[in-house]
Structure formats: C-alpha cells, structure tokens
Design a protein around this ligand. Structure first.
Ligand SMILES: Cc1ncc(C[n+]2csc(CCOP(=O)(O)OP(=O)(O)O)c2C)c(N)n1
Ligand SMILES: [Mg+2]
Length: 591
C-alpha cells in the first residue's frame, strides 16, 4: 500500500468529497503515489531515469515502493535502456526525466524506440502550464508535449491526479498495441503534489486488460500467401526483429523446418533459430536475394537495410529497378505493404497469429523447395564459410577485427544465454557476420537507424531485465557516446563485459589533417587506455593485445560476473570507411 500522505498543497487539489462530520482527518493519496501505484498495477517493476526537479522525490518513492529505479548519468542512455527493455519484455520500458533539457536528452531514445517499434514510455516532469503557455520564462520552460509529438506514436499530458490512471493506461496501450512504439507522457510538477481522497484516487487507476490484443489474419490473406509460396521454385524467408519481438519462436521454427525454405535473419533476429541451422542462408546473402523468386518477410520491413526490396542487391538492372521477386509480407501494420515495392500477399496481424495461421494452412504434407535451389545455396555457403574460417585462423600482430572476433565467437558459443550488445561500424559489421547467435533475442544492436550511443544503456537494461551475463562489443567511437555509464554498471554491480575494439578512431585510426594543424576528425588519442576508465569506479580493466589475452580476460569476466572493460588493441589500419555501407557515403562515391 502506498504511504498515506499529508494534506493537499494549497490551492492544488480538486475539491475532496466532504468528509462525514464524525470521521477524523481524511486519508489522502498524492500524485507521486498514484503514478507509482498505476505503474505497479500494470506489472511495471523497473524505471530507468535521472533525478532532478520535479521528479527527484518520485525516483526515491519508486525505489521505496520496491520497484527497481535505475539512475543513469545521462538521460539518453536511460532512454535507450528503456527502449530495449521494451523490446526484450514486451512491456513498455519506462524512462523518467526532468523537464526541458532532461526531456530533450531522452527524446532521441524516444524517437529511436518509435523507429524501431520498441514499446517505451518517456515520462518527463514539466514546468508550470500557465507560465509555459504565456512564455513567461519559467524554470526549464518548454512546451514539451508539442516537441515530443512528431517523434512518438502518441503523446499525453495529465493535469489532474484523478487522470493519472487514464493517462498511464492510454500510454501503455499506445506503446504495446498494434505496431509498438514510443509514447510521451507529460507530468507537470503540480500534478505530483495534488492530493485526493485515497479510496477515490485508487478507484481511478486502471489495470489495462489485454494491452496488446491478438490480431488474427484474414483466412483469405493466409490462403493467398500459401498459394504463392506453393508455386515458388526459389523461396526465401526473411526474419526481422519484429519476428524476434513477437516471442513466437516455436511457430517460426515450425514454419521454417516444415517448409524447408532457406531463411535470412536480420541482425536482431539472429538466434531465433541457431545461426548454425542448415537452412540459414546468411553466409550466402548476396546470392539468395537476387536469385529468390518468392520472399516471405516476417516482421521485416523493406527499408534501407534490405535495399528497399529492389535494385542490384535484388537482381534489378539499376538501383531503383525491381528484381522480379514476389513478396509475402507478414506484418502487424496494414500500411507497411507496398512501402517500397509491390507486396503480392500481405498477411496482416500479430506475427504469432500470422505464423500459426500459415503453419495451419500448409497442411499435412509440404513439398520442400527444389534441390537445385537449396543445393546452390549450400554450395555458396560452404565456400564462404571455408573462406571465413581461413581468415579467422590467422593470428596477425597487432590483432585485427577477425582475430579478436574469433575469440568472441567462441565465447558466445560457450555462453549462448549471454546477451550480446553491439555497436560501431566495422566493430558492428564484423561482429554481426562472424559471431553466431544460438538463442532468440540475445543480440541487441544499433537497429533501424544504425545509431551510435545505445551501448551502455543497452548493457544496463539487458543485465537488469534478463539477469544474464552481458557482452558488449563496442567500436571505440561508439563506446564514447555512452562511456560514462560504466560508472552506472559498476554502481549497480552488473555482470557486463565490455570489449572496446580500439582501432584509434572512427572506421580507422590513420587519417591526418591535411594542413597538419589538428587531429583528423575521425581519429582519437593513439594508444588510448579505455580499460582505465572502469578502474576508476572499481571495475576490472584489462588491456588485451593478443587473442589469448582477450580470451583470458573475457573468460574471467564471465566467471566472476564483475563489471569488466577490455581494451582490445586493434590494428588501426584494419577497418574500412563506414564498415559495410561505404556505398551510402556521398564523399566516398566521389572518390
Ligand atoms: C548518433 C550517431 N552519430 C554518428 C553516427 C555516424 N557513425 C557511424 S559509425 C560511427 C563510429 C564508427 O567508429 P567505431 O565505433 O570506432 O567503429 P569502427 O568502425 O572503428 O570499428 C559513427 C560516428 C551514427 N551512426 N550515429
Ligand atoms: Mg573505431
């Protein structure tokens, strides 16, 4: 039960119901406690945030109420933590910030959540409405609701304590139903101090029933998709992070194994089936995309990450040309179909219901894809895997991405339940292709935007929500965006092992200022010792210059579960500009 609070702040509470003359002082509840009770009522047990006016007491009371209050050093990182907690748990991740600057610091993460379809609620305190609206210069004045609106799925403001229940219920529904996304909830300072009759106040709280209702696909849509698939000679399934989010892993495995169709996992769908699965076509990606005739997209959008479903990647004649594939698209949003190319068979519904319906419609016997198709894929795969094995076996000095990631690959194989956080350019692309994943939702990375800065926020959220060991493979530039949260990791004593792939810069460490005056914009201090940062907070720092040293340090981190940062010294010439997406770089094109 919430602590019973004192009386309403003068002039702020709505008029309480008149108490019978013979009762003593009426029991009241304030806005702070109504917020906490509303969150708890809806199964929310963790808040990521950063205290200050007007939410300092709220952070204390959240902790006092037995919830986990994880306090960060910068709101952006708390926001990224909330966003990925939403992805991992299917419950909205909560980020709590102060007004204007704190709110703005949380906003990138809110937009990131919306873009990636992660359920998240950014709750920010805000200043006095009547002063803000007259622009009279209040402390941290900003019309936050207006600023947040274009960046999220929904935005709400609550002015009366009796509306807190509705506000939180609406935010939860908006965040998790249909296509999930970011929601903004504006709580002006005055709201927290309002007091209402406790019984009445609690009666306004809403426990949301069925927050993400199943959306079952139309039988004719399922039939259309199955008919299309039946005629395919070179079918392919693409699994997106929407498929991972849906937590219908068994249904997806059944679809893939029953049909025998080769599949490609997008980055965060790796591990839905083990990457070592014989039907995985990852190692033959550039062969299967242009060759496939019918492609089933499951929770994967045809955005830039899939070259918009057209162009040379898909066998088209030029960068806009359709490659001739027919598409089945399984997605929760009816608006997703035809976003880039024609979708011949949209199947609209939640991924679990859709895949279950497809499985049911396949019938008892299903002819596996022609052996010419699966055989050709296997041939390409075997060749590429052998080539990769050769590269991985080399032991150059200094280490390169391959020799370092060969260690990480073995460590992840031995610890398949560990969470893998990954960001950078080369540090990202090489990890994605070299490190196999074995279980669903273990790999979390830069997502739709290829955003830098998610690293430490993701580490904290992964450790707090899953309780598993976390391994973060970070570019040295990428790490810098959230590096101060190493203190947070140490403070909460989280089992996080950070490996900074230190190649002295963004992409490479070799650029120079042509005028000779300054360091080049892409390079950092040479020979930097990131491991020493964590030592300042009581964590374990290791400088690793060989694969053997890296292996020993990672094994020890996992054994001890101590916060650890390994500075992995990588050849500064080893990377390429923008990693695998050099083609998107206008400067590089001009060269
Ligand atoms: C918020 C944000 N700012 C800037 C970028 C541009 N960017 C892409 S990758 C990258 C850093 C790459 O360097 P590093 O993390 O060291 O990886 P490396 O290629 O050196 O392994 C940057 C700055 C981005 N993606 N996101
Ligand atoms: Mg780098």
């Amino acid at each position: 039960m919430a602590v019973v609070t004192g009386h309403a702040a003068p002039g702020q509470a709505p008029a309480p119901a008149p108490a019978p003359a013979d009762t003593q002082a009426q029991e009241t509840i304030d806005g702070f406690h109504l917020v906490i009770e509303a969150l708890k009522l809806n199964g929310i047990d963790t808040v990521f945030g950063l205290p200050g006016i007007p939410i300092t007491d709220l952070t204390r009371m959240i902790q006092g109420a037995g919830m986990r209050m994880v306090a960060f050093r910068h709101e952006q990182n708390a926001g990224y933590a909330a966003s990925i907690a939403g992805f991992l748990t299917q419950k909205p991740g909560i980020c709590l910030t102060v007004s204007a600057p704190g709110f703005l610091n949380g906003l990138t993460a809110l937009a990131h959540a919306t873009t990636n379809c992660f359920p998240m609620i950014l709750i920010s305190g805000s200043s006095e409405r009547e002063i803000v609206d007259l622009q009279q210069g209040d402390y941290e004045e900003m019309d936050q609701l207006a600023v947040a609106k274009p960046l999220c799925k929904a935005a709400f403001r609550v002015l009366n304590a009796e509306d807190i229940g509705v506000g939180i219920a609406r935010a939860i529904r908006a965040a998790v139903s249909g296509r999930p996304g970011g929601v903004y909830l504006d709580f002006p300072a005055k709201l927290f101090a309002q007091s209402v009759d406790a019984v009445h106040g609690r009666s306004t709280l809403i426990k949301v029933v069925d927050p993400a209702p199943k959306q079952v696909p139309a039988p004719e849509a399922v039939k259309r998709a199955v008919e299309l698939l039946k005629g395919a000679k070179k079918p392919l399934i693409v699994l997106g992070k929407g498929a991972a989010y849906a937590q219908c892993d068994a249904e997806i495995r059944t679809l893939i194994e029953k049909t025998g169709i080769p599949y490609l996992p997008m980055s965060m769908a790796k591990g839905l089936l083990p990457d070592t699965h014989e039907q995985s076509a990852s190692a033959a990606r550039s062969f299967v995309l242009p060759e496939a005739d019918v492609v089933v997209l499951i929770g994967a959008r045809l955005n830039w990450l899939l070259s918009h479903g057209k162009g040379k990647t898909w066998g088209g004649k030029d960068h806009k040309a359709w490659g001739g594939q027919k598409f089945v698209q399984v997605d929760i949003s009816p608006q997703e179909a035809d976003s880039n190319v024609r979708i011949d068979a949209p199947v609209v519904g939640d991924i679990g219901s859709c895949v279950a319906a497809l499985n049911a419609a396949l019938g008892g016997t299903w002819a596996k894809p022609p052996a010419e198709w699966t055989g050709a894929i296997k041939e390409r795969k075997d060749k590429n895997v052998a080539k990769m094995a050769e590269t991985l076996a080399k032991d150059p000095s200094p280490m390169n991405f391959h020799s370092a990631l060969n260690v990480v690959r073995d460590i992840v194989k031995a610890n398949p339940d560990a969470m893998l956080v990954n960001e950078g350019a080369n540090a990202l692309d090489f990890t994605r292709s070299i490190v196999d994943m074995y279980r669903p939702r273990k790999r979390i990375d830069v997502g739709t935007w290829g955003i830098m800065g998610v690293g430490m926020g993701y580490c904290v959220a992964a450790a707090v929500t899953t309780k598993q060991q976390v391994i973060a493979i970070e570019g040295d530039s990428a790490f810098g965006f959230s590096g101060m949260e190493v203190e947070t990791i140490c403070r909460y004593d989280l089992p996080v092992c950070i490996v900074v792939m230190n190649n002295n810069g963004v992409y490479k460490g070799t650029d120079v200022d042509p005028t000779g005056r300054d360091p080049a914009p892409t390079v950092f201090v040479k020979g930097a010792r990131y491991d020493r940062i964590i030592e300042g907070f009581g964590g374990v720092g290791v400088n690793a210059t060989t694969p053997a040293e890296l292996k020993r340090a990672m094994e020890e981190a996992i054994r001890s579960r101590k916060p650890t940062l390994i500075n992995a010294v990588i050849d500064e010439t080893a990377g390429t500009e923008s990693g695998r997406i050099t083609n998107l770089n206008p400067t590089a094109k001009k060269k």
